[in-house]
Write a protein that binds this ligand. Structure first.
Ligand SMILES: Cc1cc2nc3c(=O)[nH]c(=O)nc-3n(C[C@H](O)[C@H](O)[C@H](O)COP(=O)(O)OP(=O)(O)OC[C@H]3O[C@@H](n4cnc5c(N)ncnc54)[C@H](O)[C@@H]3O)c2cc1C
Length: 559
């Protein structure tokens, strides 16, 4: 049997970018991206694919087995991790979507999304280190003082330094209102940050000399709850080259992503500087978390693709009952579902990345606003639905290996373990569902959701996938009406079905993806035939799962 391996799906990425979403036309219409063409983008992705398969994937399994450890009070990552980071930096990858004014390459978020899909598929543990880079960059760029921007942005953009996000404390997980870490103002304008944080990804490591922590904390006069939170930038190395009073007291022993150092952090009057206004830390932090949420969604896609491509291969090699198991109807259903959801999620995630590019760069303010509204509605959906599909898909793929899947040397069990965390961090999937239903659909973004539904409907043809999409749009409209009716009677009632609404919208977006894929795959070639088959499989065999979610949301209005 061939080994568990990863080949970046470059042909599929190109198909989605060029033929399904027609991204090159978008780039041509936006001055900031007008220099980019389809061939250049394809070459960027091909180089990224080489890095992921030649550098990252070979250290994925060994990194999982070796894990991180503390040596002389400092965290050491698995063998090969620092060297892979050096090569990543030399390739200019940390700067891909950052502003050229700060040393970035100014490429679209769409290409960055494809890059992160590949990085995670090849090595989730390693990818945790750059995972917070763009979020930190966005937060400091939007809210930092000029001095902080000059001092930190160029080195974050180049990858000379990395970033960490310090939110969680033992008593403050989903409810950040409980954060107790203190920030005492000093006469020189800095703050002294004192407290402890847990679960801090990349809080310490040996990939870079300096790690820029963005820490939620409280000033002495802070009101209680989330309205009293401030955000401080606390580097592990101070501008004069001395070490700050921050330390990793321990590393969590986890189910997966063993290559990622999840640290228990201590800040002892550590020197920091406020980012943004006092007591306005949470809105500033949300910028970092929103960028990170799309990256976490892409973790789901990366794992799903890794699991799918290996399961497809294994099922043709493994023989039982005088033939490959891939011929068994039950296995065909499993493999068909994996392929359909993988391909569909890629289309939806790349669509949202394109909306982020429009929201940032489009010359027309109305287009920017509409794009931002759509991305804001779909980000929690992709985070929760994408990561749930990533874990479920990895588990379904493990089933394809039978008993061998449960044995470490076949690789898929690591994917299952690694994929699980994405449903928990960056706001648990339950918190994403509340965000979608309470803050977005019932909290002002309802009209933008209806505009999204109108737009999706325009893509529904009269073929099987198009009809399935019409059906899903109808369900979504009825579900939104039910949520509104229920909320009018009891504001808390919609929370009973928030996860169902999110799963329904996830399936709706898959239905759209399959409809536009079936139409774009219009040639008689083998690749297009396979794409149409996957889309039709999704519409026929996966979408019925949405019925139960929609039914539960509708039942809310009846009660
Ligand atoms: C490997 C790893 C890496 C991490 N990296 C970071 C990091 O870099 N920085 C950082 O700050 N944190 C990090 N975290 C912390 C992570 O973000 C938290 O674990 C997460 O926010 C959940 O908090 P909690 O674990 O305290 O769970 P709790 O908040 O105690 O939640 C427990 C359960 O209750 C549910 N729940 C809670 N409130 C509600 C509600 N209102 N409605 C419905 N359900 C609810 C949750 O969804 C969850 O299922 C990391 C965690 C892990 C395990």
């Amino acid at each position: 049997m061939s080994l568990f391996s990863y080949a970046a799906p470059l042909d599929e990425m190109r198909f989605v970018i060029e033929r399904v979403l027609n991204a090159p036309a978008q780039w041509a219409a936006v001055p900031a991206l007008a220099d980019l063409d389809a061939d250049t983008a394809a070459e960027v992705l091909a180089q990224a694919a080489r890095f992921t398969s030649e550098v990252l994937q070979p250290i994925n399994g060994p990194g999982d087995r070796q894990g991180c450890r503390i040596v002389d009070s400092r965290v050491k990552t698995p063998d090969g991790f620092p060297d892979a980071w050096r090569q990543f930096v030399e390739g200019g990858w940390p700067a891909l979507a950052c502003d050229p004014d700060w040393g970035g390459q100014g490429l679209p978020q769409l290409l960055n999304a494809a890059l992160f899909e590949m990085l995670v598929a090849a090595n989730h543990g390693w990818t945790m280190y750059p995972g917070l880079l763009h979020g930190a960059y966005e937060t400091i760029k939007a809210h930092g003082s000029d001095e902080l921007k000059q001092r930190y942005l160029p080195k974050l953009v180049s990858g000379e330094w990395l970033a960490a996000m310090g939110l969680t404390e033992p008593q403050a997980g989903s409810d950040l209102g409980g954060v107790r870490t203190k920030a005492e103002p000093r006469a020189d304008g800095s703050v002294a940050v004192t407290g402890g944080k847990i679960f801090i990804s990349g809080g310490d490591h040996d990939l870079t000399d300096n790690i820029v922590h963005l820490v939620l904390c409280r000033l002495p006069d802070a009101p209680p709850g989330t309205k009293g939170l401030s955000l401080a930038l606390v580097p592990t190395v101070l501008p004069d080259g001395t070490r700050n009073t921050t330390a990793a007291d321990g590393i969590e022993h986890k189910m997966g992503i063993h290559g990622s150092a999840t640290c228990v952090m201590r800040y002892e009057a550590a020197t920091g500087w406020l980012v943004g206004e006092p007591h306005r830390g949470l809105p500033a932090m949300f910028l970092m978390m929103n960028a990170a949420r799309l990256h976490v969604a892409l973790q789901g896609l990366g794992h799903l693709d890794m699991a799918t491509q290996n399961a497809e291969r294994y099922a043709t090699e493994r023989e039982q009952f005088k033939g490959p198991i891939a011929r068994q109807p039950a296995m065909q259903r499993t493999l068909g579902r994996l392929r359909a959801v993988t391909d569909g999620l890629r289309v939806v995630m790349y669509r949202v990345a394109m909306r982020l590019d429009e929201a940032e760069h489009h010359p027309d303010a109305a287009v920017r606003e509409a794009a931002a509204a759509e991305a804001s509605i779909l980000t929690p959906v992709l985070k929760a639905f994408g990561t749930q599909q990533g874990f479920q898909g990895a588990s379904d793929a493990l089933q394809v290996w039978g008993g061998y899947g449960y044995v470490a040397e076949y690789g898929i069990e690591q994917t299952v373990r690694d994929a699980r965390i994405a449903m928990i961090y960056e706001g648990t999937n339950e918190i994403q569902a509340i965000d979608l239903v309470q803050r977005k659909l019932l909290g002002g973004a309802g009209p933008a959701f209806e505009t999204l539904l109108d737009g999706l409907l325009q893509d529904a043809g009269d073929d099987a996938c198009g009809l399935a999409l019409r059906d899903q749009v109808g369900h979504a409209r009825a579900a939104l009406a039910a949520l509104r009716t229920a909320a009018a009677a009891d504001a808390q009632a919609p929370l009973w079905v928030a996860d169902d609404m999110l799963a329904g919208v996830g399936h709706l977006m898959l239905a759209w993806a399959w409809a536009v894929t079936a139409r774009a795959a219009d040639s008689d070639g083998d690749a297009d035939r396979a794409r149409r088959a996957a889309a039709e499989h999704g519409a026929r065999w996966v979408l019925p799962q949405a019925d139960v979610h929609w039914a539960r949301v509708r039942s809310l209005a009846a009660t």
